[in-house]
Design a protein around this ligand. Structure first.
Ligand code: GLP
Length: 241
């Protein structure tokens, strides 16, 4: 695992965006696995800036997002589809039909999971997966206890995730209790993985995930078994390493 130390959030975002843009420059039809949450927003802002300067072309890129809340339509401001449109897709020259997020309002959860998994296979798998890290070690919405063999599935969100994400919903009651997530097995099949972590509140879980025992109780610990992971963290998030 390569670890890049960044000064702060902006520096972390710039370093991670450099890695993603190099991927797209070297392979114009890259399949990028993308994440939501506060950690990657700066990465997306940096990519938009470089796109505007003419340095990156997304016209042949395909994106596969990690997760989506069950029950939220794309028009919902809390949906991850909405997040991705607003924070990245609406500002770059990616073809909308090449951007994929699980369909939160699919009437058939099982079918939606196999559709998404087949889609990932059909586009040739993920070249580079961008990941954030939940405070409980979740990646995507693979909560503690998730099987390492899981493919795309529907999960019950843990109390700590509801606690962390309720800020986007007004109250915990309004937050969906379930979400679709690409599974750990699928994440591990990505050719390269880039993890972004920022802030002191992530320091403990960064240490546990990367240097603690490999266990489903800390889903991100599985990344120790992947042969091409780059962690980009700011000083605060890496302070316990
Ligand atoms: C959410 C997302 C994850 C993300 C995590 C961390 O639960 N499903 O993909 O990594 O939050 O979010 P943040 O970057 O805001 O700490």
């Amino acid at each position: 695992m390569k670890i890049y130390r960044a000064k702060d959030y902006k520096d972390m975002s710039r370093k991670a965006a450099n890695i993603l843009s190099a991927q797209v420059i070297l392979k114009e039809n890259s399949v990028l696995g993308l994440a939501t949450g506060s950690s990657p927003i700066g990465v997306y802002q940096q990519l938009i800036e470089w796109y505007r300067k003419g340095d990156i072309d997304f016209s042949h890129v395909t994106t596969i997002n990690l997760d989506e809340y069950c029950g939220l339509p794309p028009s919902s401001k809390q949906s991850y589809r909405y997040f991705m449109n607003v924070n990245l897709f609406d500002h770059i020259n990616i073809e909308p039909e090449n951007t994929h997020v699980p369909n939160g309002v699919s009437p058939d959860a099982k079918q939606e999971c196999s559709r998404y998994e087949n889609l990932i296979r059909r586009v040739g798998g993920i070249d580079m997966q961008l990941l954030g890290l939940g405070h409980n070690g979740h990646i995507g919405f693979n909560e503690p206890g998730s099987a390492f063999e899981a493919e795309t599935h529907c999960v019950d969100l843990s109390e700590s995730t509801i606690e962390a994400n309720k800020q986007y919903f007004g109250s915990a009651e309004e937050m969906p209790r379930q979400a679709y997530t690409v599974g750990i097995k699928t994440i591990m099949q990505a050719r390269r993985i880039v993890v972004v972590v920022s802030g002191e509140s992530k320091a403990g879980i960064v240490r546990d995930a990367l240097f603690g025992p490999i266990t489903p109780q800390v889903p991100a610990s599985v990344l120790q078994l992947h042969n091409n992971v780059t962690l980009v963290g700011d000083e605060a998030a890496l302070s316990l390493l």
